[in-house]
Design a protein around this ligand. Structure first.
Ligand SMILES: C[S@@+](CC[C@H](N)C(=O)[O-])C[C@H]1O[C@@H](n2cnc3c(N)ncnc32)[C@H](O)[C@@H]1O
Length: 277
């Protein structure tokens, strides 16, 4: 059975909303995975007490606040320090020895959200004696999350779990030495962010801006459709130096992308690859 007439109408309404979002505000969700975008749009329709997607489009166009709320619904910022600790453990084991042979290292965290992944990497590199010769570029399309990332201030109640993650990731020090508690928050030591550049970058609409020895892009492309995944894989490939390392984490893979044959596996489970062609 083909799609019903109402499914088709809904799809047109959603496409028009996404087109307006792109043309008026520059955020391009047109090739994000449809089912999840659809769910999030309907969430906003109801939250604004509207009845249709078209009514939401109208409100979004004329009311900046509504646009911002929709934008925040459409992007998932969930993250944590040493998320999937075995990825960091594998990084220590499989990637750090390669990096130790380089005089200078450039790492790109694409889609870094509020920065927990980036501070985790800075801690790991510090413990491996590599932080001083590394420049970390941490980018996200959202200016709001980057503001949080720059501060390096995180809720204190998360530290118990982050300490566990850190230890499972192979951390060798006392995790609490890396931050200072301030009421309900902790602030991470400023030496960790000395070599981090935070910048806004959209993987869909912006191009390559440097050449990197390591690129991490975790839990970002799961929200994209196949076509957009291919596009972003092209961008990441172009941004990696020869023998550079691509780290996708447990949920994504380069299988079935145009570039899969140009990488060797360093760790199949944690999806760490090395560009070889
Ligand atoms: C779920 S978080 C992942 C954060 C971190 N990498 C991790 O694995 O914990 C996804 C992030 O990707 C960002 N993102 C989504 N689409 C993007 C795009 N087109 N360009 C850049 N960042 C994007 C979102 O703003 C969000 O902060």
């Amino acid at each position: 059975m083909g799609p019903s007439e109402s499914d088709e109408k809904e799809q047109v309404e959603i496409e028009l909303l996404l087109e307006a979002m792109y043309r008026l505000f520059g955020y391009d969700f047109r090739n994000y995975a449809y089912a999840s975008i659809r769910r999030r749009i309907w969430h906003r329709v109801h939250a604004e007490r509207l009845g249709t997607v078209t009514a939401l489009t109208d409100k979004m166009i004329h009311d900046r606040g509504c646009m911002e709320r929709l934008l925040s619904d459409l992007t998932i910022h969930v993250t944590e320090m040493f998320r999937d600790p075995e990825v960091f453990r594998s990084f220590r084991h499989n990637v750090v020895p390669l990096l130790k042979t380089y005089p200078f290292i450039r790492i790109w965290h694409a889609g870094c959200s509020t920065g927990e992944e980036v501070y985790s990497m800075a801690i790991l590199l510090h413990e491996e004696g590599l932080l001083d010769r590394t420049r970390i570029y941490a980018t996200d399309m959202s200016a709001t999350v980057l503001d949080v990332a720059r501060q390096g201030v995180f809720p204190i109640e998360r530290m118990q779990q982050y300490t566990r993650n850190y230890q499972e990731a192979g951390g060798t020090e006392s995790f609490s030495d890396y931050y200072m508690a301030r009421y309900e928050s902790v602030i991470f030591q400023s030496f960790l962010k000395k070599n981090i550049v935070f910048a806004q970058h959209n993987l869909v609409t912006d191009g390559s801006f440097n050449e990197f020895h390591v690129i991490l892009c975790r839990n970002v492309m799961i929200y994209f459709n196949k076509e957009l995944q291919n596009h972003v894989h092209g961008l990441l490939y172009d941004s990696l130096s020869m023998f550079g390392v691509l780290l996708l984490g447990t949920k994504e893979s380069i299988n079935f992308t145009r570039h899969s044959s140009q990488f060797d596996d360093l760790d199949l489970i944690n999806r760490i690859y090395r560009k070889v062609k």
